[in-house]
Design a protein around this ligand. Structure first.
Ligand code: PNS
Length: 167
């Protein structure tokens, strides 16, 4: 069977267990997955691009067909330059649909060769959102099961700096 390369773009601030579950499932379907740490102009990130890339490299190191990159411009420009035409996105719940439809349609209008495919998030991860995780951690809670341990550690360093000083 012929397999294809897909780009899995996102802010990944942070990369969650839900993202990792999409990668685990997609790694068996597609020939190669490029996880692309992108810039969403409506979000201010907690983790730098370098930190997000290095955490994702660490948590996906067991997947031989996964690469991690970052970009700053338009997603369709990156895709065209790479010679890829398929975008993969996860869909958690119906409220994601409007936003995803808007992005997929805009990308299609900018480049009609580009296709967006969606994978539905498994139900045990559908409640996980990056903003919720950051709120839980900043208020002293545990995000175990929501994010990989290395990601939680980095978020604690960033969001609870007083703990680092006390140690
Ligand atoms: O995880 P997010 O924040 O939903 O990811 C959004 C992202 C980064 C994929 C999107 O904002 C994006 O593609 N940004 C790059 C700039 C771009 O192409 N904007 C037009 C999107 S229709």
């Amino acid at each position: 069977m012929n397999k294809t390369t897909v780009v899995y773009p996102g802010s990944f601030d942070p990369f969650t267990e839900g993202h990792l579950n999409i990668i685990a499932r997609a790694a068996g379907i597609f020939e190669k997955i490029i996880i692309l740490v992108g810039h969403n102009s409506s979000k201010k990130t907690t983790l730098s691009t370098k930190e997000r890339v290095s955490l994702i490299v660490e948590v996906t190191k067991d997947y031989t067909n996964v690469e991690v990159e970052s970009f700053n411009g338009l997603l369709v420009d990156y895709i065209r330059k790479k010679g890829v035409r398929t975008i993969l996105r996860g869909m958690r719940c119906h409220s994601d649909f409007e936003y995803e439809l808007q992005m997929a349609t805009a990308n299609k209008l900018m480049d009609k060769e580009v296709e967006t495919l969606f994978m539905v998030t498994e139900s045990q991860f559908s409640h996980i959102s990056s903003s919720l995780i950051k709120e839980i951690i900043s208020l002293g809670g545990s995000a175990k099961g929501f994010v990989p341990a290395v990601v939680e550690k980095k978020l604690i360093e960033k969001l609870r700096p007083e703990e680092k000083r006390r140690k």
